[in-house]
Ligand binder design. Structure first.
Ligand code: SF4
Length: 424
């Protein structure tokens, strides 16, 4: 099998991995030898004239895997075409693609061959060749194999911009049922190491600007949504926990795409829960940038997100007694909770009203989405909509188009999963 044939197999095998953003890392080739650069706060993507996005080469080092995770197309028991790059092949392919302007970086994951550290050794060698032989200074995101030793994580963190260890499934019970070779401790230990090293590295860089960096674009993780009966409240609590314990840059949600027949998984004909994934991202955004707590968005009594409404509108519908608010008097936190007002538009409101009293016609130019916000605001003594709608009517008016795509939730209950002892 030649390198391009391997690429066809291993590029296709990698398409279920998410987490391609490349923000947060800064390095320039202009300061020395080497090719490629990354830009802090940006995304290493370019768009061609015909609108195609050229971004990272997203590929597995190998899709051979000794593990048999039920949800994975590359599991050992599946009869699928297999391939493996040698480190020098993948390093050369990446640099050639970079030089031809096909890509600006590499997103590298792998099946588990022999054990975590053996696989990590092959990934480390690929990156070493890229960085030290080909002097590639572009963005690299690497998936750390659960169970990798601190030494392996240290080496990969020195070479990559971003590292991530996939949580995979939202609960220990789901993980042990569907991916019994992956232990929660094997996932958490490298995450904790990365968080500690990044913290130490920040201090090193303050003391000595030339200190080697460790995963300067931080760590992220990925959760599969809809493969198991875990509820949104569990997913969002876990997400919050991951952000606070491991200093995550991003928790990515990935709608489960059925690829294998299994009694504990949705039927092969099930549609991926893309709308649910979208709502989880919206909820995650509310927690990270709008000062919402998980329990304000979902709780044990209402454990799943409303698929018809974005989570902020759903929250506002449950708290209609707090609205409308006066856009000239409401504090910043209150403005952030108004559907249709984002972080930037809330800041603009606060700045603009210092100059004079805002009227309803002043709001749209500040970036406020009046289609939603008008039902929740007054300005200069006037309600911003034509009339106050009834709650049922308001719900219809706030429903976004995403909700019309439909989504059939997976019906298996958490109690249906077999209990497997941790560490088995
Ligand atoms: S470890 Fe599991 S999820 Fe990863 S490639 Fe192997 S079977 Fe798939």
């Amino acid at each position: 099998m030649d390198v391009i044939e391997k690429l066809a197999v291993l590029g296709d095998a990698a398409r279920f991995d998410v987490a391609c953003t490349s923000s947060g890392s800064e390095r320039s080739a202009s300061s020395g030898a080497g090719v490629g650069s990354t830009v802090a706060g940006g995304i290493c993507h370019t768009w061609t004239d015909d609108g195609r996005c050229i971004s990272l080469l997203k590929v597995l080092l190998t899709n051979h895997c000794d593990y048999d995770c039920a949800y994975c197309r590359n599991r050992s028991s599946n009869d699928v075409p297999r391939a493996a790059f040698r480190p020098e092949e993948l390093a050369m392919l990446t640099i050639e693609f970079y030089r031809r302007n096909y890509i600006e970086g590499l997103f590298l994951s792998s099946g588990v061959v022999r054990d975590a550290d053996h696989t990590m050794g092959l990934m480390i060698e690929t990156l070493r060749l890229l960085r030290e032989v080909h002097l590639f200074r572009g963005y690299v995101h690497v998936k750390v194999i659960p169970g990798a030793s601190p030494e392996a994580v240290e080496r990969i963190g020195r070479l990559a911009d971003r590292v991530s260890v996939n949580v995979e499934l939202p609960s220990t019970r789901s993980l042990l049922s569907l991916a019994p070779q992956k232990k929660p401790a094997d996932i958490e230990a490298p995450m904790a190491y990365i968080a500690d090293r990044r913290s130490a590295n920040r201090e090193e860089l303050v003391r000595y600007r030339g200190a080697p960096t460790f995963a300067p674009a931080g760590q992220s993780t990925q959760l599969i949504v809809g493969a198991t009966p875990d509820r949104d409240v569990q997913i969002l609590r876990l997400s919050k926990n991951l952000y606070s314990r491991f200093d995550m840059k991003r928790v990515f949600f990935s709608a489960y795409i059925p690829t294998n027949a299994h009694p504990l998984l949705p039927a092969l004909t099930s549609a991926p829960p893309l709308l649910r994934e979208h709502r989880l991202y919206q909820a995650d955004w509310l927690m990270r940038f709008y000062r919402f707590d998980v329990e304000e968005i979902v709780d044990s009594g209402s454990p799943d997100l409303d698929l018809d409404l974005d989570p902020k509108s759903a929250w506002a519908m449950r708290h209609l007694d707090r609205f409308p608010v006066d856009v000239n008097r409401a504090d910043y936190e209150t403005l952030l909770r108004v559907p249709g007002i984002g972080v930037l538009s809330a800041q603009r409101v606060v700045a603009a009203r210092r100059l004079g009293r805002l009227r309803t016609e002043d709001l749209r130019p500040l970036g406020i989405v009046m289609k939603r916000a008008r039902f929740f605001l007054t300005a200069a003594g006037r309600y911003a909509a034509e009339r106050i709608p009834q709650a049922a009517e308001l719900r219809v008016l706030l429903a976004d188009k995403c909700g019309q795509k439909g989504y059939a939730p997976f019906q298996l209950r958490i109690e249906d999963l077999p209990v497997v002892a941790e560490g088995a």
